[in-house]
Design a binder for this molecule. Sequence first.
Ligand code: M6R
Length: 357
Amino acid sequence: EKGTYPHFMLKEIDEQPFVMRKIINEYQTENNELKLDENIRAAMKACDRIYIIAAGTSYHAGLVGKEFIEKLAKVPVEVHVASEFSYNMPLLSEKPLFVFISQSGETADSRAVLVKIKELGYPSLTITNVPGSTLSREADYTLNLYAGPEIAVASTKAYTAQIAVLAILAVDTAKAQGITLDFDPMQELAIVANAMEILTDQKEGIEELVREYLPTSRNAFFIGRSTDYHVCMEGALKLKEISYIQAEGFAGGELKHGTIALIEEGTPVIALATQENVNYSIRGNVQEVVARGANALVISMRGLEQDTDAFVIPHVHELLTPLVSVVPLQLLAYYAALHRDCDVDKPRNLAKSVTVE
Ligand code: M6R
C-alpha cells in the first residue's frame, strides 16, 4: 500500500536504496562471496554470445547490462527490443544464451521470443521481479530482482534492480572465467544505495528544477554519451509516459546530424555528465545547444562537475552511475507530471504489463 505517499511512483523511487541493500544480501554468501545458481554460472561460461531480449524500461536496463558483461566478463552481448526480434531475427552465434529482462515476467513480446528460441533449442535465463511469472517458469533459469511489488505503471525500482542484478551477473561471470577485478561489487553497490538515499532526500531541489526548466514546454531533449546516453533514453521514456511532454533521449554526438534543428529559444535540454572519458565532448554539446537558445539543465557527478551544473550526484563507481543518475530523472518526470495534473501512477493508454502483442 501507498502509506503516507501520494503516489506509488514516489514510494517506489524512495524504496530504491532498500532494494539495493536487499539485492546485496540476497546475492552474497556469509563469506562475502557472490551467491549465484551454479547452472547459471555454467550457462554464462558456456555461451559464445548473449542475446538480451526486453521491452521499454527493461530494454534500457539491458543496454546498461551489455556494457557490464562486455567490459567485465568479455562476453559479446546484443540487446534487442523483443517485438522487433520476433519478426526480424538476427544471425545467431553458434552458442547463444538468451537473457530475458522483464519486471512483470508477462510481457507478450518477450514471451513470443522465448517460445521461438525454445523451439530452436537454445538456453534461456529470465531476470524478473515476479518469480512465478510466465517468463520465469518457461525459461531454463531465473534471477530474481527482489524489488518488491511495483505498482506504478512507470517502472523505477525495477530498472535499478535490473541493473544491479546485471552487474552482479557480469562480475560473477568475469570471476568464473578467472578475470580479476579491482573492485568489490557489493561494496560499490552499498555506496550506490547511500548515494540514492542522498538523492531521494533532495526532492524539493528537483521540484524546483522542474519549475525552472520544464514549466510549460511541450518537448524536452535528453543528451548524454556512452552510458549516460542509455540513461537519457530511460529519462525520456519516464518523462513522456507520465507527463506527456514529448521527450527524446539521444547521443550527444548525434545532435549535429539532425536533432539540433529542433532547438530553439527555451527548449529544455537535460544533459548527463557522469563519464570522465566523454565529459569534454558532452560539455561541448551543451554549449552547442545553449548557443541556440536551449535551457540546459546539466546533471553531473561529483568530481566532474562545473559551476554552472544545475545538479550534482554523489560520486560512485563509473560503471554504476546509471543506478544513481536515473534517480533525479525519475523525480523530474514525477514532478513534471504532478505539476501538469497528470495521473502519475496510471498514465493514459498504458497498462502495467503489456500481455498482448
Ligand atoms: O514487465 P516488463 O519489464 O517486461 O515491461 C516492459 C515495459 O512494458 C515497461 O518497462 C514499460 O516500458 C514501463 N511502463 C516503463 O516505465
